[in-house]
Design a protein around this ligand. Structure first.
Ligand SMILES: [Zn+2]
Length: 218
């Protein structure tokens, strides 16, 4: 399994991948730990500030389950990296906090026909969805095509720390269900954490989508 991003979402996803016995996990993040991360990035402690997130997370996960095979990538994910990495993993979890990375992962998913799970959270709201990367299912751009080039990230907008935990564990849940061969509905799941209500919206492919339209996949 490929995990992109070791922030608030990634820190919630990662332990469940290791503890559930996923054989091989690749952790991607180019950042170092800061004090401001600690409230919601629960794999890190004050003593870890200044260290690479990949290294501290890998040490934690190998302690949690010594049998899991871990690899780390300390680079920003672009189209080239995403294609190479996703081609070598059964499923990707994108726990990054920016639109550009998600679009790169989306294009790579379509190019190599591999699934990915996207999640995001801002303030008291969160969302997640599985994109199969093939067939008649919609892609990320079909669903979010009108989004701006840069979405507010978790750090810039603030997030209530447990919301990152709820969405992150839900992303791990969906990815593990998919790996286990359980059918996962193609829907966008939205959480309003103020009222603690979940909604599921059905989503459709856009036949004129720039990324998954007939002439867009190379
Ligand atoms: Zn599309």
């Amino acid at each position: 399994m490929l995990l992109v991003g070791l922030g608030g979402l990634g820190c919630a996803v990662a332990p469940y991948l290791a503890s559930s016995g996923v054989g091989r996990v690749t952790l991607c993040d180019f950042d170092r730990i800061e004090h401001s991360n600690l409230a919601r990035q629960i794999l890190y402690t004050p003593g870890d500030v200044g260290q690479r997130k990949t290294e501290v997370a890998a040490a934690y996960l190998s302690h949690l389950n010594p049998a899991v095979q871990l690899a780390t990538v300390e680079e920003r994910i672009d189209d080239h990296h995403a294609r190479r990495l996703m081609a070598n993993h059964d499923i990707t979890i994108d726990a990054s906090d920016n639109y550009g990375t998600r679009l790169a992962v989306n294009r790579a998913s379509l190019a190599v026909s591999k699934p990915w799970v996207m999640g995001s959270c801002i303030r008291m709201e969160g969302q997640l969805i599985l994109f199969p990367g093939q067939g008649d299912a919609p892609c990320y751009r079909c669903v979010y095509g009108g989004a701006p080039d840069t979405l507010e990230d978790c750090q810039g907008s603030g997030v209530f720390a447990p919301v990152a935990g709820i969405i992150g564990t839900s992303m791990a849940h969906v990815a593990l269900l998919y790996l286990a061969g359980t059918s996962v509905p193609s829907a966008l799941h939205l959480l309003d954490a103020t009222s603690y209500r979940w909604r599921s919206l059905s989503v459709r492919r856009n036949p004129r989508c720039k990324d998954c339209g007939p002439k867009s996949i190379t």
